[in-house]
Design a protein around this ligand. Structure first.
Ligand SMILES: Cc1cc2nc3c(=O)[nH]c(=O)nc-3n(C[C@H](O)[C@H](O)[C@H](O)COP(=O)(O)O)c2cc1C
Length: 207
């Protein structure tokens, strides 16, 4: 199968901004502007209590100088893993642009207010499902889930501002952010930002 068929955007590391947030936002804007599907989907990688890796796709909720944000249930496997090892990696891939961004660093939960705002911005069904607090548990009977969901939706109908206290808006504050740009020649371009006491260092990497 053909990969990196192009046309691919140009990336000149020597012109990259001092700060990876700005470069990330410009790559994300390029993905949005070109109509790439689900450009804000990313893989969150964590480790469990015995050090085994785990990974799943989540939606990016926001980015600024404090970090990259995502949300989920504290009682889910990823929530437990982040409670035990509050460090993670995020990976974005925009195939049509031949671009990958990977970052890693410590993860912190949001304030009660941030968590509540994120929760209340979700759809009724998504809130009702979260309130069940059973994500990733074995589902023996889908009818049991449908019944529980119905009851949870009715509860939300009666109390629309109800917030699940385990819903969490996490922030990953990266120590390393790497930008990878494919080129049709296959001599791909890589630029890694590393956080130092004095700001961000920038390093070209061999491909
Ligand atoms: C495109 C996409 C977006 C998703 N967004 C989220 C999300 O924002 N939060 C979330 O908890 N799960 C999201 N999921 C589901 C997760 O991939 C995962 O199945 C779920 O969070 C359970 O993961 P865990 O068992 O590792 O906790 C998304 C899945 C896909 C495919």
């Amino acid at each position: 199968m053909e990969v990196f068929a192009g046309p691919l955007p140009e990336f000149m590391p020597e012109r990259a901004p001092d700060d990876p947030v700005r470069l990330f936002l410009s790559w994300l804007s390029d993905a949005v502007a070109d109509g790439l599907r689900e450009p804000h989907a990313m893989t969150l990688s964590t480790v469990d209590e015995v050090g085994d890796p785990d990974a799943r796709v989540l939606i990016l909720k926001g980015v600024d100088e404090r970090g990259w944000r995502f949300s989920g249930h504290a009682f889910s496997p990823k929530g437990h893993q982040l409670a035990v090892h509050p460090r993670a990696a995020l990976t974005f891939y925009w195939p049509e642009h031949g671009r990958q961004v990977r970052l890693r660093g410590p993860v912190t939960p949001g304030s009660d207010q941030d968590n509540a705002e994120d929760f209340l911005a979700r759809t009724d069904t998504a809130r009702a499902e979260a309130l069940l607090g059973r994500q990733s548990q074995y589902l023996a009977d889908p009818a049991e889930r449908d019944h529980a969901l119905e009851k949870s939706l009715a509860l939300i109908g009666e109390a629309p501002s109800l917030v699940d206290s385990a819903w969490t808006l996490y922030t990953l504050a990266p120590t390393v952010v790497e930008f990878w740009q494919a080129t049709p020649s296959r001599v791909h371009t890589r630029l890694r930002y590393e956080r130092t006491a004095y700001g961000w260092g920038r390093f070209r990497l061999w491909s």
